[in-house]
Design a protein around this ligand. Structure first.
Ligand code: ATP
Length: 269
């Protein structure tokens, strides 16, 4: 590839992970949870990290978001390699939505305070207007502004968590099993909200899930993880057509609840 073509490719990548290793513990107790992981996410794309429990999916997201310091390799955002310490500008580009909205929202803070805080930290004015706009954007409306988390349903809490992630108008959302703590009946609502927001705001998603029906619905491409490594990268099209190369991916597909190629195809309808 010529240098110019290489540069162009880099410009299209919102996120590039190369040879990422992540460690927990020290000395003889060190455990390597992520081992030589590489993948990249196109601008405006939606990328899924899938794999069994403990395969290292969440650890990849946490290393990217700065919640884990002990990593090496390269993490580049918009072609710029990250330093170990994230600066304020980083959090205006990338935000994370956690699995459990019960744990991720402060129980004694109102929705207004939860949504205002990132703006205050970044010295952004026009707070009331932005809070009201984002409440509308996530389908809650202004009547929710002064409620506390315990006065909300699980789905409404996750809408608040999504709203908080949007306050700084980031380009990239890291989504860690954003629907798995929710009642099945509201999971689809939150996934549809996330799909709509991606289109409206031209967001890039990196989503962790163990649910292949979710990636079939939400993602363009997936990386399959096992024991801290990426064992296969494939398009969702290939997954739907049941064309995995690796035995592990085949097993994962077969084990996935409700696995049926027609079911995946129907998700798109
Ligand atoms: N803070 C920690 N200290 C030590 N080990 C950890 C820590 N967090 C995660 N691990 C280990 O790292 C490995 C990967 O965990 P991770 O949470 O990334 O897996 P996962 O694929 O996201 O699984 P799940 O779907 O169950 O969340 C696991 O073996 C886990 O026990």
């Amino acid at each position: 590839m010529t240098e110019a073509a290489g540069d162009k490719q880099m410009q299209r990548r919102a996120l590039e992970i190369a040879n990422l290793n992540v460690y927990f513990g020290e000395g003889e107790e060190t455990f390597q949870a992520v081992n030589d992981v590489s993948f990249s996410v196109e601008k405006g794309g939606s990328y899924g990290l899938v794999g069994e429990s403990g395969s290292g999916k969440s650890t990849v997201l946490r290393a990217i978001s700065g919640l884990i310091d002990d990593w090496d390799g390269q993490i580049s955002v918009d072609g710029t390699p990250l330093q170990t310490k994230r600066d304020k500008a980083f959090y205006r580009k990338i935000q994370m939505v956690f699995q459990d909205p019960y744990a991720s929202l402060h129980p004694r803070h109102t929705v207004d305070r939860i949504l205002s805080e990132p703006l205050k930290l970044h010295g952004i004015k026009d707070i009331e207007n932005r809070v009201l706009t984002v409440l509308d954007d996530v389908g809650l409306g202004k009547s929710f502004r002064f409620r506390y988390p315990h006065q909300l349903s699980g789905g409404q809490r996750q809408r608040v968590a999504v709203a908080r992630s949007l306050m700084l108008e980031p380009d990239i959302l890291l989504l860690d099993e954003p629907t798995s703590a929710l009642d099945v009946s509201v999971q689809a609502e939150i996934l549809n909200l996330l799909s709509d927001l991606r289109k409206e705001r031209n967001l890039t998603y990196l989503m962790v899930t163990h649910d292949l029906a979710v990636v079939a619905h939400m993602c363009d491409e997936i990386a399959v993880m096992s024991h801290g490594k990426v064992v296969e990268v494939m398009s969702v099209e290939q997954m739907r057509n049941s064309e995995p190369k690796e035995a592990y991916t085949r097993e994962l597909l077969m084990a996935s609840k409700g696995y049926d190629p027609e079911f995946f195809a129907a998700e798109d309808a």
